[in-house]
Design a protein around this ligand. Structure first.
Ligand SMILES: NC(=O)c1ccc[n+]([C@@H]2O[C@H](COP(=O)([O-])OP(=O)(O)OC[C@H]3O[C@@H](n4cnc5c(N)ncnc54)[C@H](O)[C@@H]3O)[C@@H](O)[C@H]2O)c1
Length: 447
C-alpha cells in the first residue's frame, strides 16, 4: 500500500493520456441509446446451439434492438427450451438446423455448438445466404480453415465473425494501444494461464446424453483445454506481439481426473514467434489459485490483464535507459523506482485526455488514484460479449469493421490445433513454411 502512494500524478496522467487516446479510437464506448421502438427493421436471425454459451449470448442479444431472434435450434430439448426462455422473443424452434436455415426471412445465424460441428454449420449458413457468427474456436481440424475460406469467397457479401470477445473489450483495446505506443518497450514474453479446480463435467440425467452434454471430454468433438481455454489467450498473445507463432512445443496429460475423459487436464505449452518472443501457456484442472490472466512482459513494462481488470507496472529506470524501444514512453516522467513498481490501473474511459477540461482531467486523475488504492473499480462501458454481438449486427447493417474476422479466427484455430499436435506427438510443431532449413533438426512437417 505504501508503494502505491509513490505513483506520481505524472504517472497517472501519462497512462490516462494513452488510455484516453485508445478509447477515442473506438466507437464501442459510445452510449447505446437506441431502443426496440426506435430501431426499424431489425436484423432477423436464427440461433443454433442454445446451451451454456448460447444462452449467455442470447441473454445479451435480448437487449440489442438492432436484431431479432426469430428461430432457435437445439437437439437437446431442455436446452432448446432454455434458449427460448432466455431470448424471450417467441422464436420458432427447430431440432434440425438445416431446416431452420431454409427460412428466407432470416439474415443471420449464430452458432454455439460443440467444436466439431462449427465448420459444417458455418458453411451451410453461408450457402443458405446468411451472415454467420460462430463461437471460438472457429474450426476443429486443420483443413477446415480452407473449407470455410472457400465458402466465404463464394459468398463475399456475407460476414463471418468469430466469438473471440476479448477483441471487443475496451480494456484489451486500451492495453494494445499502450503496447503500440511503446509503454512496454520490446515485448519478448507473454505468460498466460487458465486454471480451474473442477472436473469440467456436467451432470447427465440419462447415460445416453453423456457424449452430448460432456462433449468437451471426448476427442471426437473437442480440442480440450487448448480449444476451450487457451484459444482466448493465444489470440491475445498474437494481438500483443503482432504476429502468429512459428512453432510450438507442449506437454499435457490426463493426470488428475482419471474419469474416462480423453482430453488433458494438465497442459503446458511454449509458442515461439518469428521475433523470438514466447507465449508460455498453461492450464491445470487441480488448482484455481491463479485463475486466468495474461502477463505481457516488455523491457520497459508489464501489463497484467484479465477480462475486467488491468494493471501496468513499469520496469526500473535503469532498464528504461537501455533505449530498446522505438519510443521511450516514459521519457521525462518524474518517477522513482518505487513508483515504477507500484502499478497503475488501466481502464476504459471515453475521450482523449487533451480534449478534457481542467476539472475532467482532475476527476480522471482522482479515479486512477482511487483505483490504485483498491477503493474504486472500473467497468467496461458494456460487457465485451454484448459489444461483440452488437458489433456483428452493426457490421451487417452498417458495414462496421468485423470485430474478430476470419483471419484472426484462423490464426487462433491454428494455435489450438498445432498446440494439441505438439502434445500428442511430443515433437516441436512448425507453422506451414516455418520449418527450419537445417535438415538435422527434427521438423514436424505440417501437410
Ligand atoms: N466465447 C466464450 O467465452 C465461450 C465460452 C464458453 C463456450 N464457448 C464456445 O461455445 C461453443 C459451445 O460451448 P457450450 O459450453 O455452450 O456447449 P454446450 O454443450 O453447453 O452447448 C452446445 C449446445 O449445442 C447443442 N447441439 C449439439 N449438437 C447440435 C446439433 N447438431 N444441432 C443443434 N444443436 C446442437 C447441444 O444440445 C447444446 O445445447 C463451443 O465452441 C465453446 O468453445 C465460448
Amino acid at each position: 500500500m505504501e508503494k502505491k502512494k509513490d505513483v506520481t500524478r505524472r504517472d497517472f496522467l501519462k497512462v490516462a493520456a494513452t488510455v484516453g487516446a485508445a478509447s477515442s479510437l473506438t466507437s464501442v464506448v459510445a452510449p447505446h441509446i437506441m431502443t426496440a421502438q426506435t430501431v426499424g427493421n431489425p436484423t432477423r436471425y436464427g440461433f443454433i446451439g442454445t446451451g451454456t454459451e448460447g444462452c449467455t449470448l442470447l441473454k445479451f442479444l435480448a437487449t440489442i434492438p438492432e436484431g431479432r431472434c426469430i428461430a432457435t435450434c437445439d437437439i437437446y430439448p431442455p436446452n432448446l427450451k432454455k434458449g427460448v426462455d432466455t431470448i424471450g422473443s417467441n422464436p420458432e424452434t427447430y431440432t434440425e438446423y438445416r431446416k431452420m436455415l431454409e427460412r428466407k426471412d432470416m439474415d443471420a445465424v449464430f452458432i454455439a455448438t460443440p467444436l466439431n460441428l462449427h465448420t459444417e454449420m458455418v458453411v451451410d449458413g453461408l450457402n443458405a445466404g446468411k451472415h454467420v457468427f460462430v463461437e471460438k474456436t472457429m474450426y476443429f481440424k486443420e483443413d477446415e480453415g480452407d473449407i470455410i475460406r472457400k465458402a466465404m469467397d463464394d459468398h463475399p457479401k456475407q460476414i463471418v465473425q468469430v466469438g473471440l470477445q476479448r477483441r471487443s473489450s475496451v480494456l484489451y483495446q486500451v492495453a494494445m494501444e499502450m503496447i503500440r505506443k511503446g509503454a512496454l518497450g520490446k515485448i519478448m514474453t507473454v505468460r498466460a494461464q487458465w486454471d480451474r479446480n473442477s472436473n469440467w463435467r456436467r451432470p447427465v440425467p440419462d447415460p445416453k446424453f453423456e457424449r452430448l452434454l460432456n462433449w468437451r471430454m471426448y476427442k471426437e468433438y473437442s480440442g480440450g483445454m487448448m480449444a476451450e481455454l487457451a484459444s482466448h489467450q493465444i489470440d491475445v498473445a498474437n494481438w500483443a506481439i503482432g504476429a502468429e507463432p512459428k512453432s510450438v512445443i507442449a506437454t499435457g496429460g490426463i493426470d488428475y481426473w482419471k474419469d474416462g475423459r480423453e482430453v488433458c487436464d494438465n497442459v503446458h505449452a511454449v509458442y515461439e514467434y518469428p521475433g523470438g518472443q514466447k507465449l508460455i501457456w498453461s492450464g491445470v484442472m487441480s488448482n484455481a489459485h491463479f485463475e486466468f490472466s495474461e502477463q505481457i512482459m516488455g523491457d520497459q513494462g508489464t501489463l497484467i490483464i484479465t477480462l475486467g481488470k488491468g494493471m501496468y507496472y513499469r520496469e526500473p529506470m535503469a532498464k528504461v535507459s537501455s533505449g530498446n524501444s522505438k519510443e521511450n514512453w516514459w521519457a521525462g516522467a518524474t518517477v522513482n523506482n518505487q513508483a515504477a513498481a507500484a502499478g497503475i490501473p488501466i481502464f476504459p474511459e471515453t475521450g482523449a485526455m487533451n480534449e478534457l477540461g481542467f476539472m475532467d482531467r482532475e476527476m480522471r486523475y482522482a479515479k486512477h488514484w482511487l483505483a490504485s488504492m483498491g477503493i474504486y473499480n472500473y467497468e467496461e462501458p458494456h460487457d465485451p460479449w454484448w459489444t461483440e454481438l452488437h458489433n456483428f449486427l452493426m457490421s451487417i447493417r452498417e458495414g462496421k469493421p468485423i470485430a474478430a474476422p476470419y483471419a484472426l479466427g484462423k490464426a487462433d484455430a491454428q494455435g489450438v490445433i498445432y498446440g494439441n499436435r505438439a502434445i500428442e506427438t511430443g515433437e516441436r510443431v512448425y507453422w506451414p513454411g516455418q520449418e527450419p532449413q537445417d535438415a538435422t533438426k527434427k521438423a514436424k512437417k505440417i501437410a
